[in-house]
Design a protein around this ligand. Structure first.
Ligand SMILES: [Zn+2]
Length: 343
C-alpha cells in the first residue's frame, strides 16, 4: 500500500487556537502506522495545482481561502473552521495529492492512502454545503478530486464510500447530479452537519446513486456489519464501479469525543478488508483512501486497524465487540434505495 504524506500537510495550523484538527494528528497517524512500515511505501505529496482545486470549487471560494491565508495569523473562518497562513498551500496540496494518487492507483493497481489535511468531505462547491452552519474543519474536498483523478485515468464510474461519523455533505453536494458517482455514506444521525437522510438519493439522472445510512446513537460493531451486508456490498454490486474512493474518518470509534458511535478496532479492520475485497473485484485492487476525521486515540486505533484490514494482517489492537443498537427501521428504508441503485 502506498501512503502519500508530506510536511506540507502540517502547514494548516491553528497556532495556539485550541482546536482538535491540528498538525499533530498526522504525527499520531504516522506513529500508528510505524509497526506496519515494511508493508507501506511512502510517497511525496503532489505540488498544489490551482486548476485541480477549481475543477471542484467555485473560483470565488478558492480566492476567499487564498485571501484569508495571505500573511494572516490563524483565525476562525466560521465557528468550527480556522484558516492560517499555510492553509491555502496545505489544502491545495491535499486535493492535488488525492487527484494524482487516483491516477497513480489506476496505473499501478495499488491501494493509496492519502494522509493529508485539512480534511475535505464537508466542503462543497462554494464552501459550506447543503445549508450546513460551518465547513466542519474542512477546506477543499479531497475525496472529490480523487474521483476526478480516476476519471482522468479513464475510470468513469466511481464509488465513494464515506464511513466518517459525520455525513459527507460536501461530497454529496458536489456529485448530487452526477450519475457516475455512487456515494454511500454511513454517519451518525442527528449530529453535525445535520444532512444525510435516507430520502436524499441524488438528483435528475443521478437518482438512487446516493445512499445515506444514518446510524442511531451508540451504534456498535454488529450494526456496521449489518450495513456492510445489506447496503454496501449489494449497492456496489449493482453499480459495478470502475474505481473506489474512501473517505476514511475514524471518529466513529468509541473513544472519539466528536460522536456517540461505538465502533471498535474490529469495525475499522472489517472496513479495510471489505474495501480491499471490493477493489479486487471491481478495480483490479486499486483504490484511494483519503483521511477525514479522527483526532486522538480514535485516529490511532482506527487508522491502524483499517490498514491492517487492507493488508490482510492480523488485527493488533484487540477490543471486545460493542453491542448492537439496532437499526432495522432505518435499514428497511435504505434497502429500498439499494434496490433502485442503477445498474
Ligand atoms: Zn467526522
Amino acid at each position: 500500500m502506498r501512503v502519500v504524506y508530506g510536511e506540507v500537510f502540517k502547514l494548516h495550523d491553528p497556532n495556539g487556537i485550541p482546536h482538535a484538527e491540528r498538525p499533530e494528528r498526522l504525527e499520531r497517524a504516522l506513529r500508528a502506522l510505524e509497526p506496519l512500515r515494511e508493508h507501506l511505501k511512502f510517497v511525496e505529496p503532489a505540488k498544489g495545482r490551482r486548476d485541480v482545486v477549481e475543477r471542484i470549487h467555485e473560483r470565488a471560494y478558492v480566492e476567499l481561502i487564498e485571501e484569508e491565508s495571505r500573511d494572516r495569523e490563524a483565525h476562525m473562518l466560521d465557528p468550527d473552521t480556522y484558516v492560517s497562513s499555510g492553509t491555502f498551500m496545505a489544502a491545495t496540496a491535499a486535493v492535488t495529492s488525492a487527484y494524482t494518487a487516483a491516477k497513480a492507483a489506476a496505473a499501478t493497481l495499488e491501494p493509496h492512502l492519502v494522509l493529508a489535511r485539512p480534511p475535505g468531505h464537508h466542503a462543497g462547491r462554494a464552501g459550506r454545503a447543503l445549508g450546513a452552519p460551518t465547513l466542519g474543519f474542512c477546506i477543499f474536498n479531497n475525496a472529490a478530486t480523487a474521483v476526478l483523478g480516476f476519471r482522468k485515468a479513464g475510470k468513469e464510474r466511481v464509488a465513494v464510500i464515506d464511513f466518517d461519523a459525520h455525513h459527507g455533505n460536501g461530497t454529496q453536494e458536489i456529485f448530487w447530479k452526477d450519475p457516475g458517482v455512487l456515494h454511500i455514506d454511513i454517519h451518525e444521525d442527528g449530529i453535525y452537519p445535520g444532512t444525510g437522510s435516507v430520502e436524499d438519493v441524488g438528483g435528475g439522472s443521478a437518482a438512487f446513486t446516493k445512499v445515506n445510512v444514518p446510524m442511531p446513537h451508540a451504534a456498535g460493531d454488529p450494526d456496521v456489519e449489518e450495513v456492510i451486508e445489506a447496503v454496501i456490498i449489494p449497492a456496489v454490486e449493482r453499480f459495478s464501479p470502475e474505481a473506489i474512493v474512501v473517505s476514511a474518518g475514524f471518529d466513529g470509534h468509541h473513544f472519539s469525543p466528536m460522536a456517540w458511535l461505538r465502533y471498535t478496532s474490529n469495525t475499522f479492520y472489517r472496513l479495510g478488508a471489505l474495501i480491499r475485497e471490493l477493489a479486487e473485484k471491481y478495480s483490479e485492487g486499486a483504490f484511494v483512501a483519503v483521511l477525514e476525521g479522527g483526532y486522538e486515540r480514535d485516529l490511532e486505533i482506527g487508522l491502524r486497524s483499517f490498514v491492517e484490514g487492507v493488508l490482510g494482517l492480523k488485527l493488533s489492537h484487540e477490543e471486545e465487540l460493542t453491542r448492537k443498537a439496532g437499526l432495522e427501521h432505518v435499514l428497511e428504508k435504505v434497502k429500498d434505495v439499494v434496490r433502485r441503485v442503477p445498474r
